[in-house]
Design a binder for this molecule. Structure first.
Ligand code: ZN
Length: 321
């Protein structure tokens, strides 16, 4: 049986429904828990998060359910017991990740670790559990550190992720798709098929011009248009903002070239950010409130929408050994 690891246990792939593949329950930089200014109490976090997940669940019912992939890595406030409680209360499937958002968010303990150690850590979280929760990670997060080029630590994390992916069958999702030549080289050296990797953030306002999305797709990688909702039209335009129309046209251009089976889409929003004020006016429900209407308005069929939000993520997330 094909299955996917969620925080409440493995589920059959067919039960995923509509998938938001790159989201955050609550993301914070390492150490943000020490900041007394922005830290939210458990009550505040539930209050802010539950209505968003309930709305997501209701919207997703038309697709047979909804899955929220939390790609908050180790050291960034990942809190699996909290996710389990949210999933049980709202009915949303939540997939947690192992791995790191980027080398620059790994605390010194992990930053000093070698590839073998990191591989064992990732495999443990996928096959035994995250901390003492018993919940199994369903994806591996890797990323490019600030600065635009992969650091030596980023490369160690990518290599460990490739080995953990091959050992467990769980896929890899990247933060940023810049410097992709180095990433592709590492995955090739390790023998990981590139359809097990989702290269994320090809559409963000800062990197869209320098991201070689077509080239990555030609190599066989999956492409993440996953910062929908970061718009220059917002009153307080966030980092990564881009004109709404421009991002949409980028997406339509890309899938129009016969690449729709390689594309996944998401909003990269925070339900309740940790240690920072967060992005205002943009939640995971942007997918239903704005993106799907925009796609339908542009003439995309319901079948095409299912390909992007149901079938592609199901194929990607399914454990493949
Ligand atoms: Zn993210």
């Amino acid at each position: 049986m094909s299955r996917v690891n969620t925080v409440l246990g493995p589920i059959p792939t067919e039960e995923l429904g509509l998938v938001a593949v790159h989201e955050h329950i609550g993301y914070g930089m390492p150490g943000s828990e020490l900041d007394t200014k922005w830290w939210r109490s458990p009550e505040q976090r539930y209050e802010e998060t539950v209505p968003k997940l309930r709305a997501f669940h209701e919207h997703a019912e038309a697709y047979g359910g909804g899955t929220f992939v939390d790609v908050t890595g180790i050291c960034n406030g990942r809190d699996v017991d909290y996710y389990r409680s949210l999933s049980a209360k709202t009915g949303v499937h939540i997939v947690a990740c192992t791995g790191f958002v980027g080398g620059d968010t790994a605390l010194p303990h992990f930053a000093a670790a070698d590839v073998d150690y990191l591989t064992r850590q990732f495999v443990h979280e996928i096959t035994v559990g995250i901390g003492g929760t018993g919940a199994l990670a369903g994806v591996i997060k890797v990323g490019v550190s600030r600065g635009g080029r992969m650091t030596e630590l980023d490369k160690r994390i990518y290599r460990a992720a490739a080995r953990a992916s091959l050992a467990t069958g769980v896929p890899i999702l990247t933060h940023l798709a810049i410097d992709a030549e180095n990433a592709v080289a590492i995955f090739r050296e390790e023998g990981l098929p590139l359809h097990r990797v989702l290269f994320g953030h090809v559409d963000d306002g800062v990197n869209a011009e320098k991201t070689r999305d077509v080239w990555i797709a030609e190599q066989g990688g999956r492409i993440g248009f996953d910062t929908f909702g970061y718009e220059t039209e917002l009153p307080d335009p966030p980092f990564w903002a881009r004109p709404r129309r421009e991002r949409l046209e980028h997406f339509l251009r890309f899938i129009g070239d016969g690449r729709i089976t390689q594309v996944l889409a998401s909003a990269d929003a925070n339900c309740s950010p940790l240690g920072w004020p967060g992005v205002k006016g943009h939640t995971v429900n942007y997918i239903f409130d704005d993106l799907l209407p925009d796609l339908r308005g542009a003439g995309l069929s319901e079948a095409a929408i299912r390909t992007v939000f149901v079938e592609n993520p199901a194929d990607f997330l399914t454990i493949q050994k």
